[in-house]
Design a protein around this ligand. Structure first.
Ligand SMILES: Nc1ncnc2c1ncn2[C@@H]1O[C@H](COP(=O)(O)OP(=O)(O)OP(=O)(O)O)[C@@H](O)[C@H]1O
Ligand SMILES: [Mg+2]
Length: 826
């Protein structure tokens, strides 16, 4: 086990160990220390050592500095309560200002050791610290759900004063409140007085001329694991518990979300702590639905904010959409949280450095990067009730949401003005999916598959039913093939409908069928849908009348349609009694009946995309439709699944089924694809073979790599011709963000031991044999266990067996997977 206790503030640790709670209201000193120079250090290290080693070295330097500073805090009986980017806030309980101020001077002295950090023989970076100290009373309490994370909070006006003082600080300064100058009298030498915007007077001080003895904490025995666990985010705890803390350190693409609000008066409202706890529980619940994480927060009377992140410690390929969905819920608190006011949200997206920050004595799971401050700036620019996003978020989410483009805005701390977008509505389900996709290039290759589908369409017009399963890895071209299918059916003769599984809604019943039925009954429900007044009686009634017109005996069952239609039909005496299996049975029957009727009218083409994310009710319905509805061309599209559901094998047993497995594209097809995407006539062979080798014939990876080559200036396009700018440097290009996102999200879904083995293997190379892996594996697994793990990685389609005998050799299916896995600090 690593130093897990260090994730809890020292005074809280002591209180847990002695079983004596800390008082809710207390007095003392807060100290805010801001370290400057991290950004230049990050840039210099990345430049000198490359992104990966640069990140490792940064983590090392960061922890050296933090470690030394935190030791000073503990020497003066202080506790580090929160980490905010490159700043820490500390609490000195019962201190009248002496310990806190002396600590500020000691920290400044310690920091001199880091004034010049050598980067190379010619380059150094300097780091400085600025410290603000104020004294008074605060609220101190715990919020959060123990199953998600407990958080130690320091709140009240003193925290606002701390922030005000912090804003007055300039490089290398110590600034203190007036009350501290009064305490020390002549012993504290003041250099200058400053008046903050709110009229508060603060003193910049230069020396302390009486000795303040250090006051160390007593030793405390380590806490039991069950006492510590509630203080951690689950994925972080799992890694740390298995001694894999260093793997938390990573360069990642994330979507930070900052949420600010007001409305709690910690100093005079006795219910303040409880109100904050209610808010935090609500936020945690929303985030656990979208698998985002609350990383830190700061609480003052004037304004409090949450820093949330999507993409770390666990990534998903749709993190931007998840962030916006969560933000859309957070922006309007429910009636029971009426006291939460003036909510504003900022979202951006970019690379950050994540890791266990701090030292042995106190650490946190932290996220550092410019993009974090960018989200914070957007939050402060937003109006009440507004969500602002950057173009990098919009790019990833505009298929799901509508945005309003605002003018470029100057943001404090950023040289270039940023174009901002306000999040508007979610796009209507009826046009999302295949129908809403823009195509970028003609279909290349896939002749056999295309022919089968076109033929099936033709036969469908004549009343013949087919059920197809399309299978292939992410980005191989499944959706592209479906677009082709949708472009070629004749709407006069066939009704085309599509739905899709969704990574967030894996447990929402019938999620994939919602769009199918919404498209099918678009006309019938359009009135109530458009007016968005589905609660009003007349609207849903007229829609139900139209949908059920020829089945009056079924009308009682109409409320069951709520799971697939945006109608909110009130339950009646019959349906309210239906629960569990009975309800599911009746719902399936009704939905199948409606589809049968539709197919009788006109043959149906139904495509269910991303079936690997289908909920079980959607699978069941899919299975029934495949057996009972005719004439139909039903296509289920999925990535390979390591544990396919029962219904999947049922589909494969149907006499009229067809399994289409999409594999990589050949070199010529990839060349044609890149030419089409770049708008050129042909491609230097060096480029096509480079892309082909790295992307292994995957069209999505190939396209993204080609765009990255162009956008990073490796290729120049003049009059439909490609010129290679720096032939020798081609190898040095990094994999684009979009690819990394897909791969990281897949790695993050694996269990911790599998991740570890994957990472160790990536150090060896793209091809490795099991003995070498076993030899360097820190967990020292036996060969059998390792072979099992590798088999699972092969099933997950990340690896392949190269030679099974005499001793198995494996290889990473994509170089990209190896490189992304390798990027972590191993
Ligand atoms: N045969 C092809 N011809 C032209 N473009 C293609 C072809 N195959 C794939 N592409 C392009 O490659 C990219 C990825 O393809 P697509 O989205 O269809 O992958 P997918 O298999 O559906 O992946 P996922 O599992 O992530 O949904 C798209 O931009 C698509 O247009
Ligand atoms: Mg797809």
């Amino acid at each position: 086990m690593e130093h897990l206790d260090a994730y809890i503030p020292f005074d809280r640790r002591l209180s847990i160990s002695h079983n004596t709670p800390l008082p809710d209201k207390t007095t003392g000193t807060v100290l805010f220390a801001d370290i400057s120079g991290f950004i230049s250090l990050t840039a210099a290290l990345a430049h000198e050592l490359g992104p990966q080693r640069g990140a490792e070295e940064l983590n090392h330097q960061l922890n050296r500095v933090y470690g030394a500073l935190i030791d000073e805090v503990h020497r003066y009986h202080g506790s580090v309560i929160g980490f905010n980017g490159d700043a820490i806030s500390c609490w000195f309980d019962q201190d009248d200002g002496f310990l806190g101020t002396a600590c500020a001077f000691a920290m400044q002295e310690t920091m001199r050791r880091f004034e010049t950090i050598p980067i190379s023989s010619t380059n150094t970076v300097s780091m400085h610290i600025k410290v603000a100290v104020v004294q008074g009373s605060v609220s101190r309490f715990i919020v959060g759900h123990p199953d998600i994370q407990l958080i130690d909070v320091l709140a009240g006006r003193l925290l606002d004063r701390m922030e005000t003082a912090g804003r007055q600080l300039e490089k290398g300064e110590i600034i203190v409140g007036e009350e501290i100058v009064e305490q020390f009298g002549d012993h504290l030498k003041t250099k200058e007085w400053r008046t903050a915007e709110n009229g508060e007077r603060l003193a910049v001080v230069q020396s302390l001329e009486i000795p303040v003895p250090q006051k160390k904490w007593p030793e405390i025995p380590p806490l039991a694991p069950e006492e510590i666990e509630p203080w951690f985010l689950k994925p972080v705890f799992q890694r740390l518990k298995q001694g894999q803390g260093r793997f938390l350190s990573d360069l990642r693409l994330v979507v930070p979300v900052f949420v600010s609000f007001t409305g709690i008066d910690y100093d005079s409202d006795p219910a303040a702590n409880d109100k904050l706890n209610q808010i935090v529980l609500w936020v945690q619940k929303i985030l656990s639905h979208y698998d985002g994480h609350l990383i830190q927060f700061s609480m003052g009377d004037i304004g409090s904010y949450f820093m949330i992140v999507f993409g770390a410690p666990v990534a998903h390929e749709d993190d931007s959409v998840r962030a916006i969905e969560a933000a859309s819920e957070l922006i309007s608190p429910p009636p029971e949280l009426h006291f939460m006011r003036e909510v504003k949200i900022g979202i951006s997206r970019g690379q950050v450095h994540t890791g266990a920050h701090g030292g042995e004595a106190r650490s946190t799971y932290g996220i550092c990067g410019e993009v974090v401050s960018l989200s914070a700036r957007l939050m402060s620019k937003a109006e009440q009730g507004q969500i602002l996003a950057t173009s990098s978020v919009v790019e990833m989410a505009d298929h799901a949401y509508e945005f309003k483009k605002l003018g470029p805005a100057k943001l404090k701390g950023f040289a270039d003005p940023a174009v901002l977008y306000a999040v508007n509505e979610k796009r209507s389900e009826a046009i999302s999916g295949i129908l809403g996709t823009k195509i970028k290039s003609p279909l290349i290759g896939r002749a056999t598959e295309r022919e089968w589908l076109m033929n099936a369409l033709q036969e469908l017009e004549n009343g013949t039913t087919h059920v197809a399963l399309i299978e292939g890895e992410a980005g191989i071209g499944k959706s592209r093939l479906m677009i082709e299918l949708f472009q070629h059916y004749n709407p006069e003769k066939i009704v085309g409908l599509s739905g899709s599984g969704n990574a967030v809604e894996v447990t929402t019943a019938y999620s994939a069928w919602r769009t199918v039925f919404t498209q099918l009954f678009d006309e019938e429900i359009s009135h109530s849908h458009r007016l968005n007044t589905s609660e009003t009686k007349g609207d849903w009634e007229s829609a139900v009348d139209k949908i059920m017109h020829d089945e009056p005996d079924q009308i009682q069952l109409a409320p069951l349609l709520n799971v697939v239609l945006p109608l909110a039909i009130p339950e009646n005496d019959l349906t309210i009694e239906m629960t569990g299996a009975l309800r599911a049975f009746n719902t399936h029957n009704l939905l199948v009946k409606l589809l049968k009727r539709a197919a009788n009218n006109k043959p149906l083409l139904i495509v269910i995309e991303d079936a690997h994310w289908l909920d079980s009710a959607s699978w069941q319905l899919l299975s029934r439709v495949s057996q009972e509805v005719t004439p139909i061309l039903l296509v289920a599209v999925t990535r390979p699944m390591s544990r396919p559901p029962l219904e999947y094998s049922q589909l494969l047993k149907l006499p009229h089924h067809k399994l289409i497995q999409l594999d990589k594209l050949e070199l010529e097809a990839i060349e044609a694809l890149i030419c089409a995407q770049l708008g050129v006539d042909d491609l230097p062979s060096q480029v096509s073979s480079f892309v082909h080798e790295r992307a292994s014939g995957n069209p999505f990876f190939s396209e993204e790599l080609a765009f990255a080559l162009r956008d990073n200036g490796f290729l120049q396009i003049v009059e439909k011709k490609v010129e290679i700018k720096h032939p020798g440097d081609l190898q040095s290009i990094e994999f684009p963000d979009t690819i990394q996102e897909v791969i990281t999200s897949r790695i993050d879904q694996l269990s911790a031991p599998l991740q570890l083995s994957l990472k160790i293997a990536s150090i060896i190379g793209r091809v490795f044999d099991i003995s070498i892996l076993q030899g360097i594996h820190p967990a020292e697994p036996d060969k059998e266990a390792l072979a099992d793990q590798l088999a699972t990685l092969c099933e997950a389609d990340l690896m392949r067996i190269e030679t099974p005998l005499p001793e198995p050799t494996y290889f990473f299916k994509h170089i990209i997977t190896q490189e992304v896995a390798y990027r972590v600090d191993a």
